[in-house]
Design a protein around this ligand. Sequence first.
Ligand code: HEC
Ligand code: HEC
Length: 372
Amino acid sequence: MIVLAACSKGAAKPPPAAEQHEAAAPVVTQGDVGVPLYQKLCAQCHGADGKGYKSDHAPSLVNPTFLASATDDFLKRSIALGRPGTAMAGYGKEVGGPLEADQVAAIVAFLRAQVKTTPDRMPNVAAGSPERGKALYATNCQKCHGDQATRGEAPMLANTNFLQAASDEFIAYAIVHGRPGTPMEAWGMKLSDQSLGDVVAYVRSFASPQQAPVGELPPPTGKEPLFINPDGKPPADFKLTADPNQKPRYVSIDQVKKALDQKRKMIIIDARPPSDWMHVHITGAVSIPYFEMKRLDEIPKDAWVIAYCACPHHLSGIVADELQKRGYAHALVLDEGILEWHRRGYPVVAAQGVTPPPADPSAAASLHAQPK
Ligand code: HEC
Ligand code: HEC
């Protein structure tokens, strides 16, 4: 909570002489408007200070080389449209998120205010050969960034929304200058201009323009039935795991899948922004996002409730915490999250064209359940 307020004033130039007499009242900048929005919606994964990695895979948003190379348009698109198939939801109203365009802009202003950067000169990107780039990528990049089929710990480059928002120059800049203080090192001295062009061309080839545009399910109405199998018996034999010094609350996807097969009575809550629910959700799951939990009032106290998200615990944890605070005895968190559920082919309702997310070998590290 500390640094933020102090840094959020930005680098305002002194006003021109004619306006100076009006400048006495404290100036509320757009960045100030962005602070509470950022803290409420983004800090869970990107950290209160924006440095990332609070929840797995969420990168830094305030790295100097990132902010010096990312245009406002790149930032706004990334926030508004998200990165489907990852934990990054679309936050813009236009895709079913909570934010108006000016609120997205306010968050961008807040991010910009954290680190003073000016737009840097962008590298020239030589026309490259994706075939040559492929070999370079396999040796140097794949272990962190993965490819279309498998993700790594670093941001997914094989993501349509990323590739639509990122220019060749933005991609090349990240490669040349790296992201100091993160595992992304600067490759500028190690790659020739031609090799740089080749790698960029290969990354670009991850986009598949022939892929059918992904559709959307209708937005949640808030009237979807809460209970799955309202006439069934409650789950019988969940074996829960726990964080240190906490009450056990993590339930594995295999156990929940089995409970569904046994027609157990329960509530499954999708804690992500509704934009993600509209993309794909567990069959029967209700949308109760972590930032708007009104529908919890409707849930009877003895219900078995399982919340999930993609990250895979942070947003579902907020909903489970709230239920626990209100005295619910069975407020659980789906341990592996929805991405793994979807990968396994467990029942989902998905918009047209939505495919299971790429494999994630690193995901097991953050889990509580014993993998079996
Ligand atoms: C050791 C792991 C690692 C390796 C190897 C690596 N990267 Fe990265 N890369 C990262 C991480 C982590 C980030 C995000 C850093 C941050 O938080 O800003 C990143 C960021 C990027 C970005 C910016 C993505 C975005 O959305 O902002 C690009 C582009 C990129 N890397 C390309 C490459 C290429 C091409 C290579 C091979 C030449 C490579 N990286 C090698 C870990 C790695
Ligand atoms: C549930 C966790 C989560 C939340 C909440 C979240 N993000 Fe993200 N965000 C991610 C992840 C993960 C990525 C990287 C996508 C990937 O895995 O490839 C990302 C990527 C981004 C990027 C692109 C960064 C880059 O280097 O390309 C921006 C910008 C961003 N997020 C901003 C935000 C903002 C602003 C908010 C709040 C409105 C927010 N995020 C909320 C997890 C989250």
